[in-house]
Design a protein around this ligand. Structure first.
Ligand code: ATP
Ligand code: MG
Length: 271
């Protein structure tokens, strides 16, 4: 079953971390066992889950360079009801350490494989780059979820990301798929946003999630309280949207699994 998902977009500030945290909390609220991997040296997913990134005894950097096990490094987000593999700025050093390793894009995958069976979903919050760290994320994942804002330049960077996904699919991880695009920070009153949203639908068809996350100040306030938005104010429009998205993702994963089962084995092997 597909369950390891990268939340990726090389554009900065588009809502990756907000999506990773709130999707993790939404899936946990829907009864799923979730691990959130913070693959960004900014450590925002760690902090937003209520874990002090500088006080965590072990972190993802140590796991990637083989100084800690993933079992020892993960922590519980009591606030969110899911586990977190924490990070802080130390992780930026991993780029240099990894370059010298064999299988340098496979280190995260190897770590995740040790605990994969313990979870229903593993979400990876990627940094705003197409770096070796992000490659490690893409090499580990079954699929990519791309949060995007419906703005004029939104589509421009998207082709770079889609091409990177295709390259990783071809060369490193044949299982990798684009799961879908999630429209976030959406303001329906802005005509341009409606136009770009329609363009995205026309271009990507059923790869666009039906759920749309509105611009909602409660989602932006939540991290300063160390809480996912859906816990901070579960009745806010933003929280409801992420719960709906969690539900949609679970259904989509089930539908994909049924479709894969229905295909003859030869075709399955080739895809
Ligand atoms: P980076 O590229 O730096 O990792 P990111 O893509 O992870 O950024 P976020 O950190 O999730 O983006 O969001 C950027 C800013 O937008 C944050 O201040 C966040 O609180 C705010 N934000 C995200 N989603 C929403 C939303 N739906 N409504 C209002 N504010 C939002
Ligand atoms: Mg982020």
């Amino acid at each position: 079953m597909k369950k390891v998902f990268c939340i990726a977009n090389q554009k900065g500030g588009v809502g990756k971390t907000t999506t990773a945290i709130n999707l993790a909390a939404a899936l946990a609220a829907l009864g799923k066992r979730v691990l959130l991997v913070d693959l960004d040296p900014q450590g925002n997913a760690t902090m937003g889950s209520g874990i002090d990134k500088n006080k965590a005894e072990r972190n993802l950097y140590q796991v990637l360079i083989g100084e800690a096990t993933i079992q020892d490094a993960r922590l519980r987000s009591e606030a969110g009801g899911y586990d977190v593999l924490p990070s802080n700025r130390e992780l930026s050093g991993a780029e240099i350490d990894l370059v010298q390793m064999d299988d340098r894009e496979q280190q995260l995958k190897q770590a995740i494989s040790q605990i994969e069976h313990e979870y229903d979903f593993i979400l990876i919050d990627c940094p705003p780059t197409l770096s070796l760290l992000t490659l490690n994320g893409l090499a580990s994942a079954h699929g990519v979820i791309i949060p995007m804002q419906c703005e004029y330049f939104a589509l421009e960077g998207l082709s770079d990301l889609v091409n990177t996904i295709k390259r990783v699919h071809r060369n490193i991880n044949p299982g990798l798929q684009l799961i879908g695009l999630l429209r976030v920070m959406f303001d329906a009153r802005v005509t341009l946003q409606q136009q770009v949203s329609a363009q995205i639908e026309a271009h990507f068809g059923d790869k666009v999630f039906d759920s749309i996350v509105p611009r909602n100040v409660r989602l932006a306030e939540a991290p300063s309280h160390g809480l996912p938005g859906i816990v901070y104010d579960r009745n806010s429009r933003g929280a409801k949207a992420y719960i709906e998205f969690g539900d949609e993702l679970i259904k989509r994963v089930k539908k994909d699994a049924l479709r894969d089962q229905a295909r003859p084995p030869v075709e399955r092997r080739q895809s």
